[in-house]
Structures are given as structure tokens and as C-alpha cells.
Design a binder for this molecule. Structure first.
Ligand SMILES: [Zn+2]
Length: 265
């Protein structure tokens, strides 16, 4: 039988694509990864598919589309929750999640069927983990890497520098395919990572070019030009990632901020 089962939660949106993917790893000793939003029909489906064999619940991070079903399922099945809380402020935070087991980088869950290794990948969220299923060389990517769109990096918890470093770290691992938090399995991991890094750095160069053109500008204006290839209704979301780029550039002394204006340093 397949070691990986996927169920997509019925929460489609611009943020979540077709919905959040929930994964059940194993058959006799199941690790449930990202139970998703607290939606009864989704919870029922997870419990049915688990068939009494779900032993623990693990979350990649604690955004509201990934972890809120953890608490109700943990109560129903009497199984522990694994994950990590964010340190500071975070947008889109699920306040109901509280881990029984706090995950650390390289923690392993070992069963007779598989070994799952936690890889701390801050960037999209400071408490974000990917999970490597060692026997399959499959990486559960959560929101670190999505199929079909780039992920949002929302400061202050989201951090662009961390995001790029976490991507580069994945290049050092043996991975054959990704099982993302949104969308379908992705079979060219190295290419995908390299193209995400290129895309982010191109966005950063474009930000610098636009600041050079304008002299100085606010983020509300800047987003229209830096993301002119993205539909305007997505600009409020793009603004989060633009802010993350600007914070990174300020950290590198390439940009400075004066009240609401950004300019080249
Ligand atoms: Zn997220």
C-alpha cells in the first residue's frame, strides 16, 4: 500500500489554491501532517481514512489553513500534537494550536514503515518545518514551496532572508519529489528550488530598479510597479512579500526607510 495519502481540505481561496493538503504517512502507524482548517467534513474524512491508526499529528506551521483541525482530532483520537509556536507577532496565526511535543531541527519520527525527519525551514513562518520521508526521498513542504504559485512572506514573522537560506539548505538534501501544502506532487525539486530563488532575486532587482526610477516611494505605490505582471486584485497580498524584500534590502544597507517612504541608500 502507498505510504503517502493526501486529502485536500475544502478551503479553496487565493491563498490556498485548491485547498490545504493533509497527508497521512504510513498505514499501521500513521503520522497525520497538516490536518488543515477546522471543517467537520474534512475532519471526518481524515479520521475515516486513518482507520484507527493515526498515532500523532504534526504541523508544518500554525497558519489558520494548516493547524486548526489538530486540536479537535487530537481530542477525538487521544493522540499528541507535534509542532512549534511562533516567537513574536504573526498574521494568520492559529491561536488554538499548542504542541504536546515541541519540534526541533532534525528531530526524527521512526516507525517500522518509515522515518520522518523534521527540517526547520523559517521564512514563510518562523516556526515552519518541512518533513523528509527518508525511505521515499519525499519532502512534505507545507507552505515553504507550493505548487502553482509563489508563497507569501508576511513580516514580521515571515522573513525573506531566512526564506532564501531555507531554500538553499534544501538543495543539500536528497529529495526526489515534493508533497506541497497546496497543489500537486512536484517532481523536479532542484529545478523548482532554483527557479524560486531566481524569481525572488529578480523581484528584488526590480524593486531596486523601481526605487532608482522614482527616487523615493511608498509601499502602496511601489507594489503597482514591482508587481505589474501580477493581477491588481492580488497586490494587497503581494505587498506582504514586497515588504519582506524591502526589510531584507534595508538589512543589506541597499535601501533606507524614511517614515512611509523607501529610497535607495
Ligand atoms: Zn502558511
Amino acid at each position: 500500500m502507498d505510504l503517502i495519502k493526501k486529502i485536500t481540505a475544502p478551503n479553496p481561496s487565493v491563498f490556498t489554491g485548491q485547498g490545504t493538503n493533509t497527508y497521512l504517512i504510513g498505514n499501521k502507524d500513521i503520522t497525520l501532517i497538516d490536518p488543515g482548517p477546522n471543517i467537520q467534513e474534512h475532519i471526518d474524512e481524515i479520521i475515516k481514512l486513518g482507520d484507527g491508526n493515526i498515532k500523532r499529528i504534526v504541523v508544518t506551521h500554525t497558519h489558520t489553513d494548516h493547524s486548526p483541525a489538530a486540536l479537535p482530532i487530537s481530542k477525538i483520537l487521544n493522540v499528541p500534537m507535534y509542532g512549534k509556536l511562533v516567537d513574536g507577532d504573526s498574521t494568520w496565526e492559529d491561536e488554538t494550536f499548542s504542541p504536546d511535543v515541541v519540534l526541533k531541527d532534525l528531530d526524527k519520527i521512526k516507525t517500522e514503515e518509515y522515518i520522518l525527519e523534521a527540517i526547520h525551514t523559517p521564512g514563510h513562518a518562523s516556526n515552519h518545518f518541512c518533513f523528509l520521508i527518508k525511505n521515499l526521498n519525499c519532502l512534505i513542504t507545507g507552505d515553504h514551496i507550493m505548487d502553482g504559485s509563489t508563497v507569501v512572506i508576511g513580516p514580521p514573522d515571515g522573513n525573506m532572508d531566512d526564506y532564501l537560506n531555507s531554500l538553499k539548505r534544501l538543495l543539500t538534501l536528497q529529495i526526489d519529489f515534493f508533497a506541497p501544502g497546496h497543489g500537486n506532487f512536484m517532481h523536479e525539486p532542484k529545478k523548482t528550488i532554483q527557479s524560486i530563488i531566481r524569481h525572488r532575486l529578480a523581484r528584488e532587482s526590480k524593486t531596486l530598479r523601481k526605487l532608482e526610477d522614482f527616487g523615493k516611494n511608498t509601499i502602496n505605490e511601489l507594489v503597482k510597479y514591482v508587481y505589474d505582471d501580477v493581477p491588481e486584485q492580488l497586490h494587497p497580498i503581494a505587498k506582504f512579500s514586497l515588504e519582506a524584500h524591502l526589510i531584507k534590502l534595508i538589512g543589506e544597507n541597499k535601501v533606507k526607510r524614511e517614515e512611509e517612504f523607501y529610497k535607495l541608500n
